[in-house]
Design a protein around this ligand. Sequence first.
Ligand code: GUN
Length: 298
Amino acid sequence: MTNTTMAKLIDGRTVAERVYAGLRRDIAELKARGVTPGLAVILVGDNPASRAYVRSKDKMCHELGLHSVKLELPASITQSELLARVEEFNRDSTIHGILVQSPPPEHIDEAAIVRGLDPRKDVDGFHPENVAKLVLEDASGFVPCTPIGVQRLLLESGIEINGAHVVVLGRSMIVGKPLALLLMQKNKNGNATVTVVHSRSRNLAQITRSADIVVAAIGRAEFLKSDHIRDGAVVIDVGINRVEDAANARGYRLVGDVAFEQVSKKASVITPVPGGVGPMTIAMLMANTLKAARQSLA
Ligand code: GUN
Protein backbone atom coordinates (compact mmCIF):
# COMPACT_ATOMS: atom_id res chain seq x y z
CA MET A 1 0.00 0.00 0.00
CA THR A 2 1.40 3.41 -0.88
CA ASN A 3 0.91 6.46 1.20
CA THR A 4 -0.30 9.27 -1.05
CA THR A 5 -0.49 11.95 1.63
CA MET A 6 2.42 14.32 2.05
CA ALA A 7 4.79 13.76 4.93
CA LYS A 8 4.85 16.17 7.85
CA LEU A 9 7.52 18.81 7.30
CA ILE A 10 10.02 19.57 10.02
CA ASP A 11 10.71 23.29 10.00
CA GLY A 12 14.35 23.64 11.07
CA ARG A 13 14.07 27.39 11.36
CA THR A 14 11.31 27.16 13.97
CA VAL A 15 13.20 24.53 15.96
CA ALA A 16 16.40 26.61 15.73
CA GLU A 17 14.49 29.62 17.09
CA ARG A 18 13.56 27.56 20.16
CA VAL A 19 17.21 26.69 20.60
CA TYR A 20 18.18 30.37 20.31
CA ALA A 21 15.69 31.35 23.00
CA GLY A 22 17.61 29.10 25.40
CA LEU A 23 20.98 30.31 24.16
CA ARG A 24 20.01 33.95 24.68
CA ARG A 25 19.35 33.22 28.36
CA ASP A 26 22.73 31.43 28.66
CA ILE A 27 24.52 34.31 26.94
CA ALA A 28 22.96 36.86 29.33
CA GLU A 29 24.10 34.71 32.25
CA LEU A 30 27.66 34.48 30.93
CA LYS A 31 27.78 38.21 30.28
CA ALA A 32 26.60 38.85 33.83
CA ARG A 33 29.64 36.85 34.92
CA GLY A 34 31.85 39.12 32.79
CA VAL A 35 32.34 36.81 29.80
CA THR A 36 31.26 37.54 26.24
CA PRO A 37 31.58 34.29 24.27
CA GLY A 38 33.82 34.83 21.23
CA LEU A 39 34.02 32.89 17.98
CA ALA A 40 36.73 33.16 15.33
CA VAL A 41 35.92 31.87 11.86
CA ILE A 42 38.72 31.46 9.36
CA LEU A 43 37.95 31.31 5.66
CA VAL A 44 40.77 30.45 3.28
CA GLY A 45 40.19 31.20 -0.40
CA ASP A 46 36.96 32.24 -2.06
CA ASN A 47 34.73 29.18 -2.41
CA PRO A 48 31.30 30.83 -2.83
CA ALA A 49 29.42 28.27 -0.71
CA SER A 50 32.00 28.53 2.10
CA ARG A 51 31.81 32.32 1.90
CA ALA A 52 28.02 32.16 2.31
CA TYR A 53 28.30 29.83 5.35
CA VAL A 54 30.91 32.04 7.00
CA ARG A 55 28.76 35.11 6.44
CA SER A 56 25.74 33.48 8.09
CA LYS A 57 27.81 32.34 11.09
CA ASP A 58 29.15 35.86 11.58
CA LYS A 59 25.66 37.34 11.22
CA MET A 60 24.25 34.98 13.83
CA CYS A 61 27.02 35.89 16.31
CA HIS A 62 26.06 39.54 15.91
CA GLU A 63 22.36 38.80 16.37
CA LEU A 64 23.09 36.99 19.63
CA GLY A 65 25.57 39.59 20.88
CA LEU A 66 28.60 37.31 20.70
CA HIS A 67 32.10 38.53 19.96
CA SER A 68 32.81 37.49 16.37
CA VAL A 69 36.02 37.63 14.39
CA LYS A 70 35.91 36.73 10.72
CA LEU A 71 39.34 36.21 9.20
CA GLU A 72 39.49 35.92 5.41
CA LEU A 73 42.80 34.67 4.08
CA PRO A 74 43.98 34.32 0.48
CA ALA A 75 44.04 30.86 -1.14
CA SER A 76 47.78 31.36 -1.58
CA ILE A 77 48.48 31.28 2.18
CA THR A 78 51.04 28.68 3.25
CA GLN A 79 50.44 25.88 5.73
CA SER A 80 52.71 27.46 8.34
CA GLU A 81 51.16 30.92 7.95
CA LEU A 82 47.70 29.45 8.46
CA LEU A 83 48.87 27.47 11.46
CA ALA A 84 50.33 30.66 12.94
CA ARG A 85 46.94 32.40 12.62
CA VAL A 86 45.24 29.47 14.38
CA GLU A 87 47.82 29.64 17.17
CA GLU A 88 47.14 33.36 17.64
CA PHE A 89 43.48 32.56 18.27
CA ASN A 90 44.51 29.71 20.60
CA ARG A 91 46.27 32.32 22.76
CA ASP A 92 43.55 34.99 22.47
CA SER A 93 41.50 34.96 25.69
CA THR A 94 38.57 36.82 24.04
CA ILE A 95 38.12 33.89 21.65
CA HIS A 96 36.47 30.72 23.00
CA GLY A 97 35.71 28.94 19.73
CA ILE A 98 37.73 28.64 16.52
CA LEU A 99 36.47 27.25 13.24
CA VAL A 100 38.43 26.82 10.02
CA GLN A 101 35.88 26.57 7.23
CA SER A 102 36.16 23.33 5.28
CA PRO A 103 37.29 22.56 2.63
CA PRO A 104 40.53 24.57 2.52
CA PRO A 105 42.54 24.84 -0.73
CA GLU A 106 44.25 21.65 -1.99
CA HIS A 107 47.75 22.49 -0.75
CA ILE A 108 46.58 22.82 2.87
CA ASP A 109 46.88 19.77 5.11
CA GLU A 110 43.53 20.14 6.86
CA ALA A 111 44.15 17.41 9.44
CA ALA A 112 47.36 19.12 10.56
CA ILE A 113 45.53 22.45 10.92
CA VAL A 114 42.85 20.75 13.02
CA ARG A 115 45.53 19.22 15.25
CA GLY A 116 46.91 22.73 15.69
CA LEU A 117 43.67 23.93 17.30
CA ASP A 118 43.41 24.11 21.07
CA PRO A 119 40.93 21.23 21.61
CA ARG A 120 39.12 23.37 24.21
CA LYS A 121 38.33 25.86 21.43
CA ASP A 122 37.54 23.27 18.75
CA VAL A 123 33.81 24.04 18.41
CA ASP A 124 33.68 21.95 15.22
CA GLY A 125 34.62 18.84 17.21
CA PHE A 126 37.18 17.76 14.61
CA HIS A 127 40.30 17.58 16.82
CA PRO A 128 41.39 13.99 17.65
CA GLU A 129 40.88 14.69 21.37
CA ASN A 130 37.24 15.61 20.76
CA VAL A 131 36.72 12.66 18.42
CA ALA A 132 38.06 10.42 21.21
CA LYS A 133 35.70 12.03 23.73
CA LEU A 134 32.75 11.31 21.44
CA VAL A 135 33.77 7.66 21.23
CA LEU A 136 34.34 7.53 25.00
CA GLU A 137 31.03 9.32 25.69
CA ASP A 138 32.84 12.04 27.65
CA ALA A 139 30.38 14.97 27.57
CA SER A 140 33.10 17.58 28.09
CA GLY A 141 34.12 17.23 24.42
CA PHE A 142 32.73 18.99 21.38
CA VAL A 143 30.53 17.10 18.94
CA PRO A 144 30.40 18.32 15.31
CA CYS A 145 27.57 20.79 14.74
CA THR A 146 25.60 19.02 12.03
CA PRO A 147 25.31 15.69 13.89
CA ILE A 148 24.17 17.33 17.13
CA GLY A 149 21.85 19.50 15.05
CA VAL A 150 20.27 16.37 13.54
CA GLN A 151 19.91 14.75 16.97
CA ARG A 152 18.35 17.88 18.45
CA LEU A 153 15.98 18.26 15.49
CA LEU A 154 14.74 14.69 15.95
CA LEU A 155 14.31 15.09 19.72
CA GLU A 156 12.58 18.47 19.48
CA SER A 157 10.24 17.02 16.84
CA GLY A 158 9.20 14.23 19.19
CA ILE A 159 10.82 11.46 17.14
CA GLU A 160 12.01 8.56 19.24
CA ILE A 161 15.69 7.76 18.67
CA ASN A 162 15.90 5.35 21.61
CA GLY A 163 15.71 1.82 20.16
CA ALA A 164 15.08 2.98 16.58
CA HIS A 165 16.94 1.64 13.56
CA VAL A 166 18.73 4.64 12.09
CA VAL A 167 20.45 4.26 8.74
CA VAL A 168 23.06 6.92 8.11
CA LEU A 169 23.85 7.36 4.44
CA GLY A 170 27.42 8.68 4.22
CA ARG A 171 30.59 8.21 6.26
CA SER A 172 32.19 11.65 6.33
CA MET A 173 34.23 12.96 9.22
CA ILE A 174 31.89 15.97 9.44
CA VAL A 175 28.53 14.16 9.44
CA GLY A 176 28.20 10.41 8.90
CA LYS A 177 30.77 9.02 11.31
CA PRO A 178 30.14 11.37 14.26
CA LEU A 179 26.37 11.06 13.81
CA ALA A 180 26.58 7.27 13.98
CA LEU A 181 28.65 7.51 17.18
CA LEU A 182 26.30 10.06 18.72
CA LEU A 183 23.08 8.16 18.05
CA MET A 184 24.48 4.87 19.37
CA GLN A 185 25.61 6.44 22.65
CA LYS A 186 24.30 4.76 25.74
CA ASN A 187 21.78 7.37 26.87
CA LYS A 188 18.13 8.25 26.35
CA ASN A 189 18.94 10.64 23.46
CA GLY A 190 20.86 7.85 21.76
CA ASN A 191 20.38 4.10 22.14
CA ALA A 192 19.72 3.74 18.41
CA THR A 193 20.61 0.72 16.33
CA VAL A 194 22.81 2.43 13.78
CA THR A 195 23.77 1.19 10.33
CA VAL A 196 26.10 3.24 8.16
CA VAL A 197 25.88 2.80 4.40
CA HIS A 198 27.86 4.61 1.74
CA SER A 199 28.62 4.82 -1.97
CA ARG A 200 30.29 1.39 -1.97
CA SER A 201 27.66 -0.47 0.04
CA ARG A 202 26.14 -3.57 -1.52
CA ASN A 203 22.34 -3.85 -1.20
CA LEU A 204 22.08 -0.23 -0.13
CA ALA A 205 18.34 0.10 -0.83
CA GLN A 206 17.58 -3.11 1.06
CA ILE A 207 19.30 -1.68 4.12
CA THR A 208 17.77 1.80 3.94
CA ARG A 209 14.32 0.21 3.53
CA SER A 210 14.71 -1.41 6.94
CA ALA A 211 15.27 1.95 8.65
CA ASP A 212 12.86 3.77 10.94
CA ILE A 213 14.93 6.90 10.36
CA VAL A 214 17.11 7.57 7.31
CA VAL A 215 19.67 10.37 7.44
CA ALA A 216 20.98 11.27 4.00
CA ALA A 217 24.48 12.78 4.11
CA ILE A 218 26.13 11.36 1.02
CA GLY A 219 26.74 14.63 -0.83
CA ARG A 220 24.90 13.70 -4.03
CA ALA A 221 21.96 15.71 -5.29
CA GLU A 222 18.61 13.90 -4.90
CA PHE A 223 20.30 10.52 -4.35
CA LEU A 224 17.70 9.01 -1.99
CA LYS A 225 14.60 7.93 -3.90
CA SER A 226 11.24 6.65 -2.68
CA ASP A 227 12.36 3.05 -3.43
CA HIS A 228 15.03 3.50 -0.75
CA ILE A 229 12.59 3.93 2.13
CA ARG A 230 9.73 2.10 3.75
CA ASP A 231 6.26 3.61 4.05
CA GLY A 232 6.18 5.98 7.00
CA ALA A 233 9.93 6.34 7.51
CA VAL A 234 11.41 9.52 8.97
CA VAL A 235 13.78 11.17 6.48
CA ILE A 236 16.39 13.73 7.46
CA ASP A 237 18.19 15.45 4.60
CA VAL A 238 21.64 16.81 5.41
CA GLY A 239 22.63 17.51 1.80
CA ILE A 240 23.10 20.96 0.33
CA ASN A 241 23.84 20.73 -3.39
CA ARG A 242 23.88 23.50 -5.95
CA VAL A 243 22.30 22.41 -9.22
CA GLU A 244 22.27 24.60 -12.31
CA ASP A 245 18.94 26.27 -12.90
CA ALA A 246 18.71 28.88 -15.64
CA ALA A 247 15.19 29.81 -14.48
CA ASN A 248 16.59 30.91 -11.11
CA ALA A 249 17.97 34.44 -10.78
CA ARG A 250 21.14 33.09 -9.13
CA GLY A 251 21.65 30.54 -11.91
CA TYR A 252 21.35 27.64 -9.48
CA ARG A 253 19.01 26.20 -6.90
CA LEU A 254 19.70 24.26 -3.73
CA VAL A 255 18.62 20.65 -3.44
CA GLY A 256 19.30 18.06 -0.78
CA ASP A 257 20.49 14.46 -0.98
CA VAL A 258 16.83 13.38 -1.03
CA ALA A 259 14.55 13.38 -4.09
CA PHE A 260 12.09 15.41 -2.04
CA GLU A 261 9.05 15.27 -4.27
CA GLN A 262 8.80 11.48 -4.44
CA VAL A 263 10.19 10.69 -0.98
CA SER A 264 7.83 13.13 0.76
CA LYS A 265 4.89 11.12 -0.57
CA LYS A 266 6.08 7.98 1.22
CA ALA A 267 7.79 9.26 4.37
CA SER A 268 5.85 10.20 7.52
CA VAL A 269 8.18 13.07 8.41
CA ILE A 270 10.78 14.84 6.27
CA THR A 271 13.10 17.85 6.44
CA PRO A 272 13.19 20.33 3.53
CA VAL A 273 16.30 21.82 1.90
CA PRO A 274 16.82 24.64 2.58
CA GLY A 275 15.20 25.22 5.97
CA GLY A 276 15.69 21.81 7.58
CA VAL A 277 19.02 20.75 9.05
CA GLY A 278 20.95 23.87 7.92
CA PRO A 279 19.55 26.30 10.51
CA MET A 280 20.21 23.73 13.25
CA THR A 281 23.88 23.43 12.29
CA ILE A 282 24.48 27.12 12.92
CA ALA A 283 22.47 27.01 16.15
CA MET A 284 24.67 24.16 17.40
CA LEU A 285 27.83 26.10 16.49
CA MET A 286 26.56 28.91 18.70
CA ALA A 287 25.73 26.39 21.45
CA ASN A 288 29.23 24.88 21.22
CA THR A 289 30.77 28.35 21.46
CA LEU A 290 28.79 29.02 24.66
CA LYS A 291 29.89 25.66 26.03
CA ALA A 292 33.54 26.55 25.31
CA ALA A 293 33.10 29.92 27.04
CA ARG A 294 31.43 28.28 30.05
CA GLN A 295 34.13 25.62 30.30
CA SER A 296 36.83 28.29 30.12
CA LEU A 297 35.50 29.65 33.44
CA ALA A 298 35.85 26.36 35.25
N1 GUN B 1 32.07 22.91 5.87
C1 GUN B 1 30.87 22.31 5.79
N2 GUN B 1 30.41 22.03 7.03
C2 GUN B 1 31.35 22.47 7.89
C3 GUN B 1 31.44 22.46 9.32
O1 GUN B 1 30.58 21.98 10.04
N3 GUN B 1 32.56 23.02 9.83
C4 GUN B 1 33.54 23.54 9.06
N4 GUN B 1 34.62 24.04 9.66
N5 GUN B 1 33.50 23.54 7.76
C5 GUN B 1 32.39 23.02 7.17
